[in-house]
Design a protein around this ligand. Structure first.
Ligand SMILES: [Zn+2]
Ligand SMILES: [Zn+2]
Length: 338
């Protein structure tokens, strides 16, 4: 009689290695350096740059994502400090990429399983012709210090506009900021069109995570020629909170890597979506076919078995749906650069 091994035992080991050990190993590996950068610059031959970027990043063992377009470059990379330093040096020496404001963080921030470099129409999907609305036409840059001073002596006609998505502004934003109910950056032009009157003759200060979105979003608003003045924060929230951690930005900064969010100060702006207690911790529903990103307090996360609602909890309990692997909480957000 042929020996038939029971599949459950080896499968359990494989599953354990895949879902428990490997992610832990990757997290450890990525407890290193993360760099965020962008530059709006005319790139005539993005395919050539792609080849060069691929070779450079691969040789340095960097993981992450780079978006190239004729309008510029936008990237997030992680690896050892030495590799990141070398990458920055090579970029600075390149005729197109000098003078970039590289935003570096260290800690458990990787979760980039691979390196992905792509060519797209825009370095951030705004859905607006890059030849008609360019970063060159963008609003006036304010340094973190100038931004802070403006907030301290806030003029009556100042409008503070968060250009990020609703799930980002929900857990942290600037005091008195307008937070559009948009799911994607590409929805912002329509929001601006529909609400154009509120910017009439106003000074409008726009901001996003690192500045890349506002470069063109401010240009879009400026082109409408309704606001008295359009400003953007140089280096976005990232640069402001480095200078003023207990300043006018309150709560958490949503980020597009394994960290999901970074606490800036102790204000909690959001609520648990299951019990309404003050909470700003994001989870992904354990029901893999739902995978909704939702805010849940620890007691609710336990009570609902890591799912977003009673329905998902029941589906998971009855094993009717695939269960999202543990320790991959932030995977849905990794590698995406906004
Ligand atoms: Zn709760
Ligand atoms: Zn769910």
């Amino acid at each position: 009689m042929q020996h038939v091994s029971t599949p459950s035992y080896p499968y359990a080991i494989l599953k354990f290695i895949k879902y428990r050990l490997k992610p832990l190993y990757s997290v450890q590996k990525n407890m290193e350096t993360l760099v965020l950068f962008y530059k709006y610059v005319d790139i005539q031959y993005p395919h050539q740059i792609l080849k060069w970027q691929k070779t450079t990043a691969t040789d340095l063992g960097l993981k992450g994502r780079i978006i190239l377009a004729h309008e510029g470059i936008n990237g997030i990379l992680s690896g050892s400090k030495e590799s990141v330093d070398q990458y920055i040096q090579l970029m600075n020496e390149h005729e197109l990429f000098g003078g970039i404001d590289f935003k570096i963080s260290t800690g458990a921030c990787g979760y980039h399983p691979r390196l992905r470099i792509v060519i797209k129409d825009e370095i951030v999907h705004f859905g607006v012709d890059t030849t008609k609305i360019t970063a060159k036409m963008g609003g006036k840059h304010l340094t973190p210090e100038q931004t802070h001073a403006l907030f301290e002596n806030k003029p009556d006609d100042l409008i503070i506009l968060d250009t990020r998505n609703d799930y980002e502004s929900k857990i942290g934003t600037f005091k008195d900021a307008i937070t559009p109910d948009i799911r994607n950056f590409r929805d912002l032009p329509e929001y601006l069109d529909n609400n154009i009157d509120q910017f009439k003759d106003k000074k409008v200060l726009m901001f996003c995570t690192g500045g890349v979105r506002c470069e063109r979003a401010t240009a879009y608003l400026k082109e409408k020629d309704v606001a008295q003045e359009v400003y953007q924060i140089e280096g976005g929230i990232e640069r402001y909170v480095k200078k003023f951690p207990d300043g006018f930005f309150r709560g958490k900064n949503y980020v597009f890597d394994g960290r999901v969010s970074v606490r800036i100060n102790n204000d909690i702006l959001a609520n648990c979506e299951l019990c309404s207690v003050a909470c700003d911790d994001y989870n992904n529903c354990m029901n893999a076919s739902c995978n909704k990103q939702f805010i849940a307090c620890t007691p609710c996360a336990q009570k609902y078995n890591g799912t977003c609602c009673t329905k998902c909890m029941e589906l998971v309990e009855q094993k009717l749906v695939p269960i999202r692997p543990p320790f991959k909480k932030a995977e849905v957000n990794s590698c995406s650069v906004k």
